[in-house]
Design a protein around this ligand. Structure first.
Ligand SMILES: *Cc1c(COP(=O)(O)O)cnc(C)c1O
Length: 375
């Protein structure tokens, strides 16, 4: 295995799940959102561990992500949050995946392909996100149409928040909850009685008591990635990051003062500089935008990235790191004694969120699993 790797702490994942449950409510059901390979953490391994911990549901964005979980032996119910595409119908049936449904054309095609069989679906309602889902104010005609497809069993109803992480916009979140309640009443009047009612993502469930309905959909909370999502004032469970990103120094060199470093010479040495060459680059998901901005930890010291991050290599100024040596371990995301670099730190440096940082760690970086159940 190359020395550049992402270490995934499955015990921390389990601890985050239990801490979230304790904080949000033990009487609710929980969905682990493991789309995008569990935000880069590895969907199969994370899902297996959470299945052992007793999680109730899994959520994926794509049908093929659901298939991957089934083929790896995940038996719990799986919701495809992003619905299905034409041609996906037999796969949904074969692998027992529940699609979110929000347009009649898709519903009709799915119903037809089922023939005499029936299949569970969840209705996704757009209460103000402006993205997927049937608009709350266009729900009635949708439901009337859906009623014709009697082999589609509507077992769930869901919506998704646009701003649950921002207390300054609680008004919109409250409006979304209100619209969803009215949508459920409409469903009931038209004869639908979905048993699974899910509203909240991680920020919704943690920040809004009124969003804690039957099932809660957790992504970021499970992976310990809420530092830059939730406003600081919002009380939260104690969560720790599941992923760290590490490497080892591949080479050292001394560069005289006044010389350029890396492509474009975007950094010029001010003094004699000891440069460490780290075998990680933007092809691994260590963004080129971090050039001259990020820091790493070597021998418990914070050391700055100098020059451009290239496809395969990153250069770090280790002049101030005593006894630095080739093969020393390098922490790019994670902690070492008192020094910490979080995914949120990197995200903040380049104007994104921690979710994008962990999702972006590419498949070229091997994942190493630690904690119980890592075999
Ligand atoms: C991605 C997603 C979630 C999870 O959101 P987090 O902020 O990671 O908890 C929940 N619900 C839906 C519909 C999603 O697409």
């Amino acid at each position: 295995m190359r020395p550049t790797r992402a270490i995934i702490d499955l015990d921390q994942l389990a601890a985050n799940y239990h801490a979230s449950r304790q904080f949000i409510g033990e009487n609710l059901a929980y969905m682990a959102v493991v789309k995008a390979d569990a935000y880069g953490h590895g969907a199969v391994r994370c899902a297996h561990r959470l299945q052992r911990e007793g999680i109730d549901w899994f959520g994926v964005a794509l049908v093929e992500e659901g298939v991957e979980l089934r083929q790896a032996g995940i038996t719990g119910p799986i919701l495809v949050l992003g619905s299905l595409r034409a041609g996906d119908e037999p796969t949904l049936v074969e692998y027992d995946l529940v699609p979110a449904i929000f347009d009649l054309q898709t519903a009709a095609a799915f119903s037809r392909s089922l023939g005499g069989r029936s299949h569970d679906v969840h209705v996704k309602i757009d209460t103000g996100m402006g993205r997927l889902g049937v608009r709350y104010d266009a729900l009635e005609p949708f439901l009337r149409g859906l009623g014709d497809y009697t082999n589609l069993r509507v077992t769930g109803a869901m919506t998704h928040f646009a701003m649950a992480d921002d207390p300054a916009r609680n008004d919109l979140t409250d409006v979304q909850i209100e619209r969803f309640k009215r949508s459920l009443e409409e469903m009931s009047i038209l004869g639908f009685s979905p048993k699974i009612i899910d509203v909240a993502n991680s920020p919704g469930a943690i920040g809004h008591e009124s969003a804690r309905t039957g099932l809660v959909r957790l992504g970021g909370a499970l992976y310990g990635l809420l530092d830059d999502m939730l406003a600081p004032a919002i009380p939260r469970p104690s969560l720790g990051p599941v992923m760290s990103l590490v490497s080892r120094i591949g080479g050292l060199k001394v560069i005289p003062p006044g010389e350029g470093v890396g492509y474009g010479h975007t950094s010029v040495t001010k003094r004699e500089t000891t440069a460490a060459l780290i075998p990680i680059g933007y092809a691994d998901g260590y963004s080129r935008q971090l050039s001259n901005k990020a820091s790493v930890i070597i021998r418990n010291r914070v050391a700055p990235v100098i020059g451009r991050i290239s496809m395969d290599w990153t250069i770090v100024d280790v002049t101030e790191v005593p006894s630095v040596a080739v093969n020393d371990s390098v922490v790019l995301i994670g902690s070492s004694q008192d020094a910490t670099v979080t995914a949120a730190d990197l995200a903040g440096t380049i104007g994104t969120i921690s979710y994008e940082v962990t999702c972006g760690i590419s498949s070229r970086v091997p994942r190493r699993y630690i904690g119980a159940g890592n075999g």
